[in-house]
Design a protein around this ligand. Structure first.
Ligand code: FES
Ligand SMILES: [Fe+2]
Length: 382
C-alpha cells in the first residue's frame, strides 16, 4: 500500500525515509519537543521595553525570570522567586537599585544578594550575603536584551557569542520588534522557521506572493558558527516586494542555535535591512517569537515607519501562528508519527537536530563545539 507521502510526491522528489502514517505510535520517539538547548543565549526583550528602574516578569525555559534595568542603565536577570517564601519578586517595588519583596519586605540587589530583612531587631544578626536569588548573565546587544541559560556558573569570558545581528554594529539604524506567542515546543517553531517549502502555501498575501507558482531553487549552504549560512544570492523574483525594489539587492539568510534566523538585504553590497527572528521557549508547549527588523535608510527619520513594518511582519507571522495552532491541536491530542526528512527541503530541519545534539554533547564532554554540517547545495521547489 502506498504511504500518504508516496501518493502525493512528484516523481522528481527523492524520499529518504517513508513511514506508514497509519501505523501505531508504539515505541516511536519523536525528536521534537523533548529538550531545550542549554548553555545558550536567549532573546528576552527589546531594549525599549525596559526604562531605567523598570523590571518585567517573564517565563523563559520553564523558569520565572525578572529582567530589569538599574538606575545606571545596566540590565540584569534574576530568578523571579523570593528565596524566603516563594513570592514573585517582580511583584514588589524596584527603586533602580534594589527590589523589595511584596510579602515581608526583604530587599535584594541586582546581583541577587539580600540586603535587608526588615523583621530583624537591631541585636539580631544574620549573614544576609548567604541569602541569594539566582541571577543569569544578561547582555544588551543592538538594542535587544539577551539572557544566558546555563547548567552551571560560567565566567564572563567563557560565555558564547550572542546570536544577534552581526554587521550592524556601528551603523545608524531604525528598528522595531514584533512579538508573537507560538503554541508549540521550540523544536516545532524552529522547524517552521527554517522550512522553505511552506512559504508559497502559507505566506500568500498579495504583497508577498501573487500566486502559487512553484519554481526550482538551488542554494549553497555553508557551516558557520553554531549553524549555517545560505550564501548571498538574489532574492526570489516571485515576490512582488522584491520586483518593486529592483535588481540590485542581494539577500543572505543564516541560522544559529538555539533558534535564530537572520535575513539580510543589501543594496550595492551595503546592508540596508536585517530581519532577526529569535525563538525563546516559554515552557514545553509555548515559544515566544520576536522578530526585530533593522533598517538603515535615513534613520532616525524613518523610525516613524515602524507601525507599517509591524503591520507587515505581524500579518506574515500570524500566518505561521495559525498553522502552528492547527498543528498543536493534532500533536497534543494524537501524537502522530511525522515524516522527518524529504530531500532537500527537509535537510535544514535535520541539521538543526544535529547541531543541537553536538552543542549539548560538546558541553557535556568539555570539548569545543564542532559544526557537523558540510557545505552543500540544496534543491527544492518553492
Ligand atoms: S516571601 Fe519574600 S520576603 Fe517573605
Ligand atoms: Fe513561515
Amino acid at each position: 500500500m502506498l504511504t500518504e507521502t508516496e501518493r502525493h510526491r512528484s516523481p522528481a522528489v527523492e524520499i529518504e525515509e517513508t513511514v506508514d502514517t497509519n501505523e501505531s505510535n508504539d515505541g516511536y520517539v519523536s525528536p521534537y519537543g523533548k529538550t531545550f538547548t542549554k548553555n545558550m543565549w536567549y532573546f528576552a526583550a527589546p531594549s525599549k521595553a525596559l526604562k531605567r528602574g523598570e523590571k518585567v516578569a517573564k517565563i523563559m525555559l520553564n523558569q520565572p525570570i525578572m529582567v530589569g534595568r538599574d538606575s545606571n542603565g545596566k540590565v540584569f536577570a534574576m530568578r523571579d522567586i523570593c528565596p524566603h517564601q516563594a513570592v514573585p519578586l517582580s511583584a514588589g517595588h524596584f527603586d533602580g537599585k534594589e527590589v523589595e519583596c511584596p510579602f515581608h519586605g526583604w530587599k535584594f540587589d541586582t546581583s541577587g544578594v539580600c540586603t535587608e530583612v526588615p523583621s530583624l531587631c537591631s541585636d539580631q544578626k544574620l549573614n544576609l550575603c548567604g541569602i541569594k536569588s539566582r541571577t543569569y548573565p544578561c547582555r544588551e546587544v543592538l538594542d535587544c536584551i539577551w539572557v544566558y541559560f546555563g547548567d552551571k556558573p560560567i565566567a564572563e569570558e567563557d560565555l558564547p557569542e550572542v546570536p544577534h545581528a552581526p554587521g550592524l554594529e556601528g551603523c545608524t539604524y531604525a528598528k522595531t520588534t514584533t512579538t508573537l506567542l507560538l503554541p508549540t515546543h521550540i523544536d516545532y517553531a524552529v522547524a517552521a522557521l527554517i522550512d522553505t517549502a511552506h512559504v508559497p502555501f502559507v505566506h500568500n498575501s498579495w504583497w508577498w506572493r501573487s500566486q502559487k507558482v512553484l519554481k526550482e531553487k538551488a542554494k549553497t549552504y555553508v557551516p558557520e558558527g553554531t549553524g549555517w549560512t545560505m550564501v548571498k544570492h538574489k532574492p526570489s523574483q516571485g515576490s512582488i516586494l522584491f520586483k518593486l525594489i529592483g535588481n540590485y539587492i542581494e539577500t543572505e539568510i543564516s541560522f544559529r542555535l538555539p533558534g535564530c534566523r537572520r535575513e539580510y538585504l543589501s543594496y550595492h553590497n551595503q546592508t540596508k535591512m536585517a530581519g532577526i527572528t529569535t525563538l525563546t521557549p516559554v515552557d514545553d508547549t509555548h515559544t515566544e517569537l520576536n522578530h526585530t527588523t533593522y533598517w538603515t535608510w535615513a534613520p532616525p527619520l524613518t523610525q516613524m515607519f515602524s507601525p507599517i513594518v509591524d503591520y507587515f511582519v505581524t500579518t506574515f507571522l500570524m500566518q505561521d501562528q495559525t498553522l502552528a495552532l492547527m498543528q498543536e491541536q493534532i500533536i497534543n491530542k494524537y501524537n502522530p508519527r511525522l515524516i522527518m526528512t524529504i530531500k532537500d527541503a527537509g535537510t535544514p530541519g535535520h541539521w538543526y537536530f544535529m547541531l543541537k545534539k553536538e552543542w549539548n554533547d560538546a558541553y557535556e564532554q568539555g570539548r569545543a563545539f564542532v559544526n557537523p554540517i558540510k557545505e552543500k547545495v540544496l534543491r527544492w521547489r518553492t
